[in-house]
Design a protein. Structure first.
Ligand SMILES: Cc1cc2nc3c(=O)[nH]c(=O)nc-3n(C[C@H](O)[C@H](O)[C@H](O)COP(=O)(O)OP(=O)(O)OC[C@H]3O[C@@H](n4cnc5c(N)ncnc54)[C@H](O)[C@@H]3O)c2cc1C
Length: 596
């Protein structure tokens, strides 16, 4: 299956909506528009020509484990080398350790491309970037000196070792132990499961970030520490030294992402070092998890884009039946299926969800950049709060979206969608995991209400609504957009009221938190995207009014915004009604009654 980066839309989002060059100037990173466009074009060529062609085979071939060694699918090793050699691995890494310090507002576009080209391939490097963030923020100078540079360059990869057989969502249950040694190191013993990239055949060393308990640790999540446990202990000269006491015991056989190794990792008294303070592991790991959740959101986006591209290609070529009002292509045996309203419904749903999520991804990326790079402390704090509110929405909504869009792609292909060679069923299988890992989507929704909404009584959410409402008022001044702006303003007001209602209900009955959470997250996402679609329409209308050229592109934006507001946004209403249905109908039934 071919994949081509959606460069025109990315440029629209980066330059025309989010002024990426101005953003870079504010961050003082020396990137200008020309350089950014050049990087995106290189990225498109790399992902389209080098990575995408590996994806189909990686699904057929999968990973193999023999004598503790994992062999990744054909081509991954060479492609990874190219990824490192060409500097893609170090794109976002800290400049003090050889990274290029690209902001997320640029990097997210490259990462979306990678996910769209091959999710399996991207998984190995994605977690390394998260590990770099955690180590850079919380690691000691010695650990950084010995490990960080090689991880930033991509020569060494990183993993995130949280899950154990009895401890998935609930990390309070984890049992891996870390015993202090006289030299300041720890002996780490335990079994981790489902570790992405726990073992592979293309990096010199693998640096595991492991959650474990020290002997005197308090029970629960307050007693978890983070340790760096390398496969090979680094020598003083920076080369990989002695093999550590850890091994890959098995790899999982999975529904999708078969090219990514998912490993059982056994730590048998392996040498490790604390990252951050003892018993503060979860807080340190959150640095990595926030990044990983944003990245997993991008996985949904990348797969959604790939699925839309496949569906669109097919819908233009496949000839079946005539249009409802007569032949559209009378010279052909039948019309291409793109003439049928129902096929258009699927394609436009795909297109507007994907492009809507891309706008939200860019907005979130900008907040992440400002959180870490804005000069003024108040701006850093404000951006951090905004990003924290958005990350559970990005993670859960984008990945649900990816699965829905892949499912539409299967449907557009008809029976051929169910057949492997066309690639659509692989996208559907590959995207399914994104709704599960990095905290299931149900857990993201709980986080949104419990920590984000109740955490500040809805203050941050209301600030976001204010911002979107101000844009909507501006858009309303454009005569062609008055009606769209009115629709969005009404929804924003309804969102504000719904949030207040959810807070009140949750305070009155804690079960309401979990009963309302998924519908509230979905509602929020549909309204957020409506706000961005209105901004896109306003920008497109301005470009058309100014006669800047590319009229077809901007007209498509206006049509898409109109479709989204009239045919997708109404989904918000059903989520609202459902959540207002309350918790009692969920909790009233006795457990035994479920079986009747
Ligand atoms: C392919 C793959 C790769 C992975 N990669 C990694 C990795 O690199 N590192 C790592 O550490 N882990 C990894 N994981 C593990 C993954 O993060 C967990 O599977 C996930 O967090 C869920 O945990 P669980 O599977 O134990 O499900 P459970 O926690 O058992 O959850 C089962 C169901 O119960 C729900 N549930 C649980 N608790 C609650 C609650 N309090 N409220 C409401 N609902 C709840 C969940 O939403 C879910 O629907 C990976 C998993 C897979 C399959």
């Amino acid at each position: 299956m071919s994949y081509q980066a959606p460069l025109r839309d990315m440029r629209f989002v980066l330059h025309e909506l989010f002024d990426v060059a101005g953003h870079c100037e504010r961050l003082g990173n020396g990137l200008d528009r020309e350089l950014i466009d050049g990087v995106l074009e290189e990225a498109a060529a790399f992902t389209g020509n080098e990575i995408a062609p590996l994806n189909r085979n990686s699904d057929e071939e999968g990973c193999r484990l023999e004598n503790g060694k994992v062999t990744t699918p054909k081509g991954f090793r060479a492609a990874y080398q190219q990824y490192v050699d060409n500097g893609w691995a170090s794109m976002t890494g800290p400049t003090d350790f050889g990274g290029q310090g690209f902001p997320q507002l640029v990097a997210f576009a490259f990462h979306e491309m990678l996910m769209g080209a091959s999710l399996s391939f991207r998984i190995y490097s994605g977690l390394t970037e998260g590990a770099v963030l955690a180590l850079d923020k919380h690691g000691s100078d010695e650990l950084k000196r010995d490990y960080l540079g090689k991880m930033v360059s991509g020569q060494w990869t990183g993993t995130m070792c949280l899950t154990e057989p009895q401890a998935g969502t609930d990390l309070a249950l984890l049992r891996t132990r870390a015993e202090p040694q006289a030299d300041g190191s720890y002996r780490v013993t335990g079994n981790k499961i489902f570790i992405s990239g726990g073992e592979q055949d293309f990096s010199e060393n693998i640096v595991h970030l492991v959650l474990a308990r020290l002997p005197d640790a308090p029970a629960g999540v307050k007693g978890i520490s983070l340790l760096l446990v390398p496969k090979f202990i680094a020598n003083a000269d920076g080369t990989p030294g002695a093999k550590n006491a850890l091994s890959c015991g098995a790899i999982e056989h999975k529904m999708g992402i078969k090219g990514a190794s998912t490993c059982v990792m056994n730590f048998d008294g392996a040498t490790g070092w604390l990252v951050g303070e003892a018993n503060q592991g979860l807080a340190c790991m959150f640095t990595m998890m926030n990044d990983a959740r944003f990245q997993v959101g991008l996985q949904g986006l990348g797969i959604g884009e790939a699925a839309f591209q496949g569906a669109l290609r097919y819908a233009r070529e496949r000839l079946q039946s005539r249009g409802l009002t007569g032949a559209v292509a009378p010279e052909k045996a039948a019309d291409p299926i793109i003439v049928h309203p129902d096929v258009r419904r699927m394609l436009l749903t795909q297109k507007t969800l994907v492009e809507g999520c891309r706008m939200l991804a860019a907005y979130t990326a900008r907040q992440l950049d400002l959180e870490h790079g804005a000069e003024e402390p108040a701006a850093r704090k404000a951006a951090g709060k905004r990003a924290a509110l958005l990350i559970p929405i990005v993670k859960a909504f984008f990945t649900d979206m990816g699965q829905e869009v892949a499912s539409h792609a299967v449907q557009v292909y008809g029976g051929h969608g169910f057949i492997r060679e066309w690639g659509m069923e692989q996208l559907m299988r590959d995207s399914r995991i994104t709704q599960l890992y990095e905290g299931t989507n149900g857990i993201q929704a709980l986080d949104l209400i419990r920590r984000k909404l109740l955490g500040d009584g809805g203050a941050e959410l209301n600030a976001l609504i204010d911002e979107l409402a101000a844009h909507a008022r501006d858009a309303a001044a454009q005569p062609a957009l008055t009606e769209s702006a009115r629709l969005v303003e009404q929804r924003l007001q309804q969102w504000r009221e719904l949030a207040a209602q959810v807070i009140a209900n949750s305070q009155a009955d804690a079960q309401e938190i979990g009963a309302a959470s998924v519908d509230f997250l979905q509602y929020s996402a549909y309204v957020l995207l409506a706000g961005f679609w209105l901004q896109a329409a306003a920008t497109a209308q301005q470009a058309l009014d100014a006669g800047t050229g590319e009229a077809a592109f901007y007209q498509a934006k206006l049509h898409s915004a109109d479709f989204y507001l009239r045919r997708v946004l109404p989904r918000a209403s059903s989520h609202r009604e459902a959540l207002l249905g309350g918790a009692d109908c969920l909790m009233a039934m006795a457990e035994e009654s479920f079986a009747f």
